[in-house]
Design a protein around this ligand. Structure first.
Ligand SMILES: *[C@@H]1O[C@H](CO)[C@@H](O)[C@H](O)[C@H]1NC(C)=O
Ligand SMILES: *[C@@H]1O[C@H](CO)[C@@H](O)[C@H](O)[C@H]1NC(C)=O
Ligand SMILES: *[C@@H]1O[C@H](CO)[C@@H](O)[C@H](O)[C@H]1NC(C)=O
Ligand SMILES: *[C@@H]1O[C@H](CO)[C@@H](O)[C@H](O)[C@H]1NC(C)=O
Length: 452
């Protein structure tokens, strides 16, 4: 990195009589210019990092950012397909740097808002200002939504070199939407909003990449236990997990598919979905294709069908005919394992004393999600397919999503744990690692000791 030395300046000062004043000024201004450039390069992080914990009672994945002036920690439920960051502004929002986003402003346009609150009938406060751009924050767990003003405030977050967290960096005017206290219902204890990582221009990944001019990529690695933190990275790799494994090197890619119709609880007409859809073409169990109605695997004009990833569904949800076909095929492939009475919400359970264990979890048939070609496979091993519901009962961790659901396959949290997922927004592709247990690491192996 170029670090300007103060010496040439002193030198030229002494020689000031020998150079024209014009040249002297030019020299000084170029030195000042270099100093500014080099210090801003030195301060600009390449990536950011957040710990992600698993809440044991709701099975939600929870993270925390620092927001407002003075800064306070704000706990948030992670929503990988969420449109933006929203927080409760009704209660406890105190900040001297809160700024409502005016109607028809650049940020309002970026948010694709189609709504302007000209008058809010109460004294001004965060969440209630006149002539403010508004959006529709929603809670996909309780399937509720509301109108809320868009605002900007300070956010502080730790940078990373991919191995450890580093110093805190600040975004002065990070856009978010004001939710209401009732919208927090069903969220994990202490949570004050949701961290939306979806495909919009005002989601957290888009805003952090824009603020620090780093790669429009982010990665999530969810821990399978509530006692240890998983990790969320904004920006490109390396993503190093102990013992020193750069898991960004083990990604396989599949194109992201845009669902042209919003899948949010409430949305403006014409808005596309913020969810990340991938093209599952077939499902194989121990190498044999399950017979499915393939129409359900693509997205139709009304935005129904297809496969998406979700951090708000604890388990994979499948449309009824797909669920029935997959469970039937799985039962056939496990005919030698004694089944036990199913434990809700699951339909297929086994006596776990009859199931061996492997490095990648219980020894059960692997389930393959076949993507754009027969060689691109998201392979689900026992650690991700089976859920231990009691000491001697293991269940297939898929649930029946009913007939005619909005999305045919929703790949849920349990199936994502200890897998690295990277979303590349610029290239519109998803990188996935399959089980990190094969690489002898897990998502709870990021070294959160700061090296700042
Ligand atoms: C909005 O404007 C109206 C009319 O000027 C005023 O009575 C009201 O207090 C204002 N509300 C806010 C939140 O500023
Ligand atoms: C397949 O699914 C589509 C969409 O739900 C439905 O219209 C069609 O009838 C189904 N086909 C069969 C053979 O069940
Ligand atoms: C599982 O099998 C063991 C050994 O045969 C038995 O003792 C236990 O009761 C079984 N558990 C269930 C839930 O059936
Ligand atoms: C974690 O990182 C810190 C700071 O770089 C380092 O001192 C420590 O040895 C690391 N821990 C492990 C287990 O490598």
């Amino acid at each position: 990195m170029y670090t300007p030395s103060p010496l040439p300046l002193l030198h030229s000062k002494r020689k000031v009589t020998m150079v024209s004043s014009y040249n002297f000024l030019l020299l000084i201004s170029s030195l000042v210019f270099f100093t500014i450039i080099s210090s801003s390069i030195a301060q600009r992080p390449k990536a950011l990092v957040l710990p992600v914990s698993k809440d044991s009672s709701t099975l939600q994945y929870v993270t925390q950012i620092n927001q407002r002036t003075p800064l306070v920690p704000v706990k948030l439920t992670l929503d990988v397909g969420g449109q933006f960051l929203w927080v409760d502004c009704d209660q406890g929002y105190v900040s001297s740097t809160y700024r409502p986003v005016p109607c028809r402003s650049a940020v309002c346009n970026q948010a694709r808002s189609k709504s302007c609150v000209t008058e809010c009938y109460s004294p001004p406060r965060p969440g209630c200002n006149n002539n403010t751009c508004s959006h529709l924050p929603d809670n996909p767990i309780t399937k509720t939504g509301t109108g809320g003003e868009i605002a900007q405030d300070v956010v502080s977050i730790q940078s990373t070199d991919g191995k450890n967290p580093g110093r805190f960096v600040t975004v002065q005017k990070l856009p978010f939407t004001c939710g209401s206290t009732f919208l927090l219902e069903g969220l994990a204890s202490g949570v004050k909003g949701m961290a939306g990582l979806g495909r919009t221009k005002i989601s957290l990944p888009a805003q952090f990449s824009a603020a620090f001019s780093f790669h429009r990529k982010f990665a999530i690695c969810l821990s399978s236990t509530s006692s240890l933190n998983g990790v969320l990275f904004f920006g490109d790799g390396p993503y190093v997990l102990l013992p020193g494994i750069d898991v960004s090197k083990s990604l396989i890619y599949t194109p992201l598919i845009l669902n042209p119709v919003s899948t949010a609880g409430a949305y403006f007409e014409g808005e596309p979905s913020a969810d990340y859809f991938i093209g599952v073409k077939s499902i194989k169990i121990t190498g044999t294709a399950v017979r499915l109605n393939t129409t359900l695997l693509s997205i139709n004009k009304e935005g129904f069908g297809g496969t998406k990833i979700s951090t708000v569904n604890p388990y994979t949800v499948m449309e009824t005919s797909i669920y029935n076909a997959v469970t039937k095929a799985f039962i056939k492939a496990t005919a030698n394992i004694p089944r036990v009475r199913p434990v809700s919400p699951f339909g297929v359970c086994y006596n776990s004393t009859s199931i061996g264990s492997t490095r990648v979890g219980p020894a059960v048939p692997q389930i393959d999600l076949v993507l754009q070609s027969s060689s691109v496979i998201w392979r689900i091993f026992g650690a991700n397919s089976m859920v231990q519901v009691k000491s001697d009962v293991l269940c297939l961790g898929f649930v029946d999503g009913g007939v005619d659901p909005r999305t045919s396959i929703v790949i849920g949290g349990h199936q994502l744990e200890d897998n690295l997922l990277q979303v590349d927004l610029a290239a519109s592709k998803l990188g996935f690692s399959s089980s990190l247990l094969f690489s002898r690491t897990t998502c709870s192996n990021f070294n959160f000791t700061s090296n700042a």
